[in-house]
Design a protein around this ligand. Sequence first.
Ligand code: GLY
Ligand code: MN
Ligand code: MN
Length: 457
Amino acid sequence: MTLAAALKTRRQNLAKHLDTPVILWAGQASPRNFPANTYPFRPSSHFLYFAGLTLENAVIHLADGHLTLFMDEATPAAALWHGPSPTRSELAHQIGAGKALPLEDLKHFVREPVATLRVQDSATAAQQEQLLNRSIPMAKQCQGQDLALLQAIVQLRLGHDPQALAEIRQAARVSVNAHKTGMAATAMGKGLTEAHIRAAMEQVIVAEGMNCAYNSIVTVHGEVLHNNHYHHLLGENDLILADVGAETETGWASDITRTWPVSGTFSSTQRDLYEVVLAAHDACIEAAKPGVEYKNLHLLACHILAEGLVDLGILVGQPEDLVEQDAHALFFPHGVGHLLGLDVHDMEDLGDLAGYAPGRSRSERFGLGFLRLDRPLQPGMVVTIEPGFYQVPGILADRETCDRYTSMVNWDRLAQFADVRGIRIEDDVLITDHGCEVLTAALPTQANEVESAVAQG
Ligand code: GLY
Ligand code: MN
Ligand code: MN
């Protein structure tokens, strides 16, 4: 199926959910320090879903399944600095737009009610408000036709069509190669920092003409959940936690984490905890199929982690009771995963409107509050499965938390696992008609295979 045909189907599906015309803005690059030196441009995901191309400063109008593209032709001055670009008509042809007009003409298409969603960059958001002559709030405060649009988009983007899946598979393939390269690069010898491994991994992504879908986490301090520092030297006894994912040219993401030993061999304590996390990961994948509540996968992971930690003597008690009291969250404080698509946390710009089924909201519980997805799984959804074990000082050194859980943790036994700061194993999983397919299965998870991949360097 061509891109234009896939986009046409998406537009027609939107028209089935919504009879209001829609205007979506791509957005524009934000300046770093002066206007000509910008942060990399990445269009709004809602624009990309219907327009399919990375077009800066473009706008689409959708009505009854018809698409009109608005953008200005590149000026001669722009061509001087940026080289030749395709014409507006050529781009319109690629995406199946019936008409292609200059931005100036957009004002003639504004007849309320018209639905839109606020873009992330403030300069474009101001243009949206000026053109529509009304405020356009963030998704959580949306009302009327904008809320109806947002709900329609959630319905469409929850399940991926073949064109989207082909893109996600490509991103997954490149991310798998990036991780294999990172593992092999670790064996290069003494004096390496996290930055060396990050560079080795990201070069695979860049060489494929792709970008990273999010800021890479490549760290020997895996206990810092979103660690974006890369300066630490790799210690002989450290584990590296690498959470790195590629995004295709048209914005479709992947999201993979692996954890491997710098030395190429897990210590016995590292291996024990790795096996516990892997058991939780494998059980969730085994259980993932249509109709299963994602929250129950999270609770399954919590249960298996609690059971494993009891077996190792770190937690004390019955796994059911420990999970009920959120003792597992001392070591696994986040959710087991999230939706994946055009965004690494797909549609998280809409708050929990995509992640949570209507009528559901975040739990106040320590062990459930960070769950990003609480819906029954359905065919075509792509989710991550990413259980972990972390020794987070902010949790374990907190007086109140320690007091609350003191009888459930064998602190002396825990101290014997000091060489494990953080382990996460994360894969991307497509829900199929009767089960699931791990899109990132080509990257090993078994401890021995991970060791071999490091040894290959
Ligand atoms: N890469 C961010 C996450 O796994 O959620
Ligand atoms: Mn993830
Ligand atoms: Mn991740």
